[in-house]
Ligand binder design. Structure first.
Ligand code: URA
Length: 240
C-alpha cells in the first residue's frame, strides 16, 4: 500500500474515532525532521502529501463555496455545482459550467450532454462514480453562455484546489472553454483535441464537449479515440 493511501485511511479512521484536530507539520528540514507545526482540523486537512505539505479535502473546499459571491454568476444561480464523483478518482473531467438541469439538481453533467459523457465513460469500462466531474465555473452562466474570463478567474482557484485534493492521474477537458481556461491558453479545440498537455504535473487531454458532439455526430469518432488514449494511459483492462 502506498504512503498516500495509508494516510487517507488514517484520516478517515481519526474522524471515525472522534479526533477533530491533528498537528500538521509546517515543513521539513533537509535532514527530514519537522520544522514547526500547527493544529489543523481533520475535516479540512486529511493528510500530508509525500512532500509533507498539507492537502485539503473536497469537503473543506466545498464548505468555502456554500454562499460564494466572488463573481456576478451568484445572482442567477439556484445551486453551487461543486463537482461529483470519487474523491480519489484516477480520471477527472472538467466541463464549462452548469446548465439549467445542473443548476436545479446541484450536479454537473446531468442533462443530455451528461448522458453522452456517461456513455463515453462506460465505453472505457468505468462508471460515473469511478471518476470525478467538475466545471470551470460552479454557477450557471445565464442563457448557457460561456463564462467570461473574470468569472473563470474567480472560480479557477477552487478547481485547482479540487485537482490538488483528488490528485487524478489524468484530467480530460471537455470543449474549448475548459481547455483554454484550465491551461491558460487560447486554442481551437478542433486543432488541440487528442494532444496531451500538462498542468501542475498532471497530464491533461483535451477532447470535445459532449454538447458539441450532440450537434456534430460525425466527430464522435475523435472522442472515442481520445477516450481510448485515456484508457490506455491508465492501463484500464479492455471494456467488455
Ligand atoms: N455542460 C457543462 O459544461 N457542464 C455541465 O455540468 C453541464 C453541461
Amino acid at each position: 500500500m502506498s504512503r498516500t493511501v495509508s494516510r487517507r485511511i488514517l484520516a478517515v479512521w481519526l474522524r471515525e474515532v472522534g479526533v477533530d484536530y491533528v498537528m500538521m507539520p509546517a515543513g521539513a528540514s533537509s535532514s527530514g525532521t519537522t520544522v514547526g507545526a500547527s493544529l489543523s482540523p481533520v475535516s479540512t486537512v486529511a493528510m500530508a502529501s509525500p512532500s509533507g505539505a498539507a492537502v485539503e479535502t473536497l469537503d473543506g473546499i466545498r464548505g468555502e463555496l456554500t454562499d460564494c459571491r466572488r463573481c456576478p454568476l451568484c445572482a442567477g444561480r439556484a445551486t453551487v455545482v461543486f463537482g461529483v464523483g470519487n474523491p480519489r478518482a484516477r480520471l477527472m473531467f472538467v466541463g464549462e459550467g452548469p446548465g439549467s438541469e445542473e443548476d436545479r439538481l446541484g450536479e454537473p453533467f446531468v442533462g443530455a450532454a451528461g448522458k453522452r459523457l456517461d456513455r463515453w465513460i462506460a465505453r472505457i469500462g468505468l462508471r460515473r462514480e469511478d471518476v470525478y466531474i467538475a466545471n470551470i465555473v460552479k454557477c450557471r452562466p445565464p442563457g448557457n453562455r460561456a463564462p467570461t474570463p473574470d468569472e473563470a478567474k474567480a472560480c479557477l482557484p477552487y478547481l485547482s484546489r479540487q485537482i490538488r485534493a483528488i490528485r487524478p492521474e489524468i484530467v480530460c477537458t471537455l470543449g474549448a472553454t475548459a481547455l483554454n481556461f484550465l491551461l491558460g491558453v487560447e486554442e481551437k479545440i478542433t486543432r488541440e483535441r487528442g494532444k496531451w498537455r500538462e498542468r501542475d504535473g498532471v497530464p491533461v487531454l483535451p477532447t470535445y464537449h459532449p454538447a458539441f458532439i450532440l450537434r456534430n455526430a460525425a466527430r464522435e469518432t475523435e472522442v472515442i479515440e481520445d477516450f481510448d488514449a485515456v484508457a490506455s494511459r491508465l492501463r484500464l483492462p479492455p471494456a467488455k
